[in-house]
Design a protein around this ligand. Structure first.
Ligand code: AKB
Length: 317
């Protein structure tokens, strides 16, 4: 079968890396990017559609006209932006997903949906957070992700939609030339690399001891591809799979960067994002993903830092 893929929100941080991986796997003409902004000059060579995911009619039209069979639904507002614009966060994250699931139901599409560690909250165990646990988020973003997970499970069980999902941790990767500012709470772990190389100093909006689950973008993209390619019978969780890689505090990340750049210094000025980070967990138990479809991570903290710095240095040349 020919894969014709639509990626929503393809210009976000994860989207840029995922699109490249999908293009390599399925061919550039089979991967259609989409987003709310008009196509950029650089991307004129690749299939692209302007699409606001809250417009279900346009989504359906694109799917039918281009014989799309799989959607990677990345469009959404992240945690920090979602706290500033909670109504818009609900609208895009929930109504957008509902539109995707509706068209998946009528056109028999396969769907990837990114959930997040933001589903966890004050009563969730902070260490080795189990697959099945309390999900009582304090952010609008987290609320949309819990609701989204349940919607996915509902469409899978009630209508047989093959929708698969991961609870992604913070993602560390290169910000592509056209990726918009993230609006996430874990953005510090990307910004810090750019600041370290350019100014040798960074002001972090979280306290040094803040510890969160994180993953290198290369691992995250591979997790998504492997989940989507796994045999249908292997997929036992229809809400969203816990997936883990590394967990470190901001201070540990700073220390790792200082091994390469000893003169780098970090200051701390916590803002409203501290409360968001504090409401999340530190480490996640992903044994279910490992058992069901063979998930494993490859990058630890030192490999992430070495690779990020090397890639950013090579981009400067
Ligand atoms: C965010 O910080 O909002 C996201 C997430 C953890 O889902 N990166």
């Amino acid at each position: 079968m020919m894969n014709n893929i639509l990626v929503t929100g393809s210009r976000g941080q994860l989207g840029s890396d995922l699109v490249v991986a999908l293009q390599r796997r399925y061919g550039t003409t089979h991967v259609m990017e989409s987003g709310r902004s008009p196509r950029s000059e650089e991307s004129k060579l690749f299939p692209y559609k302007v699409l606001d995911v809250t417009d279900g009619r346009r989504l359906e039209k694109i799917v039918k006209r281009h014989q799309i069979d799989t959607i990677y639904h990345l469009a959404g507002l992240l945690s920090a932006k979602g706290e500033r614009e909670p109504d818009r966060c609900w609208d895009i994250n929930i109504n957008g997903l509902k539109n995707v699931l509706e068209v998946a139901k009528s056109e028999r599409l396969k769907v990837f949906y990114p959930s997040s560690i933001a589903v966890f909250g004050a009563h969730t165990p902070k260490l080795d957070t189990p697959q099945m646990t309390v999900t009582d988020p304090s952010t609008m973003y987290g609320i949309t992700k819990v609701t989204g997970e349940l919607l996915c499970q509902y469409y899978a069980q009630r209508f047989g939609v093959d929708v698969r999902s991961l609870r992604l941790p913070g993602i560390i990767g290169i910000i592509s030339y056209n990726a918009p500012p993230g609006g996430g709470t874990t953005d510090f772990a990307v910004e810090i690399f750019y600041a370290a190389l350019q100014q040798r100093t960074y002001t972090c909006f979280l306290r040094p001891e803040t510890r969160l689950p994180m993953m290198y973008a290369a691992d995250a993209v591979r997790a998504i591809l492997e989940l989507m390619e796994a045999d249908l019978s292997a997929i036992k969780v229809r809400t969203s799979y816990n997936v883990a890689a590394v967990s470190f505090s901001v201070a540990e990340l700073v220390a790792e960067i200082q091994k390469h750049l000893p003169e780098f210094a970090c200051e701390y000025k916590p803002d409203f994002r501290q409360a968001i980070a504090d409401s999340w967990v530190c480490t996640v138990d992903d044994s279910k993903a490992r058992a069901d479809w063979g998930w494993h991570h490859t990058y630890d903290l030192s490999a992430i830092v070495s690779d990020m710095l090397a890639k950013l240095e090579s981009l400067k040349r």
